[in-house]
Design a protein around this ligand. Structure first.
Ligand SMILES: Cc1ncc(COP(=O)(O)O)c(C=O)c1O
Length: 439
């Protein structure tokens, strides 16, 4: 009997033994086509020869050095690379997972306010229908009813405003611009009610990932939100743990929104899953307030700026740049959306297909005309996943798409290296899975 604690405590997962490109292989030799990079992680696929070579080279050089005493060329170079592409952020720190860097963002937001002599600026505002991590801090700002439910009593208080979810919430008599303005006014009002002297930061996923299924904001939304934050001296912190590092066709998803936040968190795709590594980038204003204040970052963890993880992430980023993969992500993304629309056009339960780059969501409804959220909930998501697995297809379904408990979606996040032929196979097989599962 296994000694491993699994997510599903009563069933064993499949034993994975290998992978190559967009394919994963189990112990019985069955191959699975990966439409979702696991959970938007494997952007370069499996067994990439350059990454394998980098492991051998770097592991022979230096495994680990404590960040309290040492820095490394890899950490310096990776930070410079990420900062230089950020459009205005100044410093980066590396941790192991998305929750950790989002928790760090919360701590730095408060440390910054406090060291400026504004310790009352301590309230965090986030959006409903969002996910920012599994620690108690990050879960408290996650507008994800399902993931919060067990731990509700333990969570510190946080405030929430509406998501930017045009498919469901933009009114028929409203333009995208008016919708964005209405949401910015809602945030403005929320801050006024709480008192801007009490609010530290506003958090948002640039493109909402697992909770809603690849939902980008309407054009102009983030510019208006940023203006509200600036007006009230509130930090704007973007969570791109899932959407960042090329997934939308830009290194940072906010490039499409025409803004630069005060902080951004990235994770999953940073080392394409070859290493557990994440990063938080912050502005010079925030860094210098702390540097000239206490001079000490109020957070310490064992694997800060892990040398080997940074070196592998750097090689991953180098491959993405040299192979011009972001352009490919944009092109394949358009193909994916248009092929999905074509192949699912006759299914009335497919309500919306949206996203950016290779970050695409399919939302299910009871009927296209009414947009009534699909009734299937968790059972439908599980059935889709099971059917797909049987057919050798890895998909990432979710439920609670609309208002936290209702509705279903599937998130596509295939590796950046996916060929046209492989993309076509993903769409074809997915269409067959949807048709095979009772609805
Ligand atoms: C947007 C977002 N933020 C934070 C996290 C947490 O990251 P991790 O699971 O690596 O801790 C996730 C994970 O799915 C995420 O999608």
């Amino acid at each position: 009997m296994s000694k491993v604690i699994y997510k599903n405590l009563n069933t064993s997962p499949i034993l994975a033994v290998g992978g190559s490109g967009v394919w994963l292989e189990d112990a019985a030799g069955k191959r699975y086509l990966d439409t979702c990079g696991g959970v938007a992680v494997s952007s370069l696929g499996h067994a990439h020869p350059r990454i394998a070579a980098a492991f051998e080279r770097e592991a022979k050089n230096l495994a680990w050095a404590h960040a309290g005493s040492f820095t490394t060329a890899a950490a310096e170079e990776l930070a410079t690379r990420l900062v230089d592409s950020s459009g205005g952020l100044a410093r980066a720190q590396f941790l192991s997972g998305g929750s950790e860097v989002m928790e760090l963002a919360m701590k730095i937001a408060y440390q910054y306010q406090s060291e400026r002599g504004l310790p009352d600026k301590s309230i965090f505002i986030s959006r409903r229908q969002s996910y920012h991590g599994s620690t108690l801090g990050t879960l408290s700002i996650s507008g994800n009813v399902q993931r919060q439910s067990v731990f509700g009593r333990l969570l510190p208080p946080a405030e929430f405003v509406s998501p930017c979810y045009a498919y469901r919430d933009q009114r028929a008599d409203e333009s995208e611009d008016q919708y964005g303005t209405r949401l910015a006014q809602e945030l403005d009002e929320k801050i006024r009610v709480l008192g801007s002297e009490n609010v530290a930061a506003f958090f948002a996923e640039t493109v909402v990932g697992s909770t809603n299924g690849a939902v980008p904001a309407v054009p102009g939304y983030f510019r208006k939100i940023k203006a509200v934050c600036e007006r009230h001296d509130v930090l704007l912190i973007l969570d791109e743990v899932m959407a960042g590092m090329g997934r939308t066709g830009h290194l940072y998803a906010y490039a499409d929104d025409g803004i630069v936040p005060d902080m951004v968190a990235v994770g999953k795709g940073l080392a394409a899953g070859y290493m557990p590594i994440s990063a938080l980038l912050i502005s010079e204003r925030i860094h210098s307030a702390m540097a000239q204040g206490s001079g000490v970052l109020g957070n310490g963890q064992t694997h800060v700026n892990h040398p080997l993880a940074c070196a592998i992430a750097l090689e991953v980023q180098q491959v993405i740049r040299e192979e011009n993969l972001l352009a490919q992500v944009r092109q394949r993304g358009e193909q994916l959306r248009s092929w999905l629309k074509e192949s699912l056009a006759d299914l009335d339960i497919v309500g919306d297909i949206r996203g950016r780059g290779l970050f695409v969501g399919v939302e299910f409804v009871e009927s296209r005309a009414t947009k009534e959220p699909f009734h299937g909930a968790g059972a439908y998501a599980a059935a889709l996943k099971q059917e797909a697995l049987q057919r050798g297809l890895l998909i990432y379904p979710g439920s609670g798409t609309a208002q936290g408990l209702l509705g279903n979606h599937v998130l596509f996040a295939p590796p950046f290296i996916t060929s046209e032929d492989e993309l076509g196979q993903m769409v074809e097989r997915f269409s067959a899975v949807v048709r095979a599962v009772a609805h």
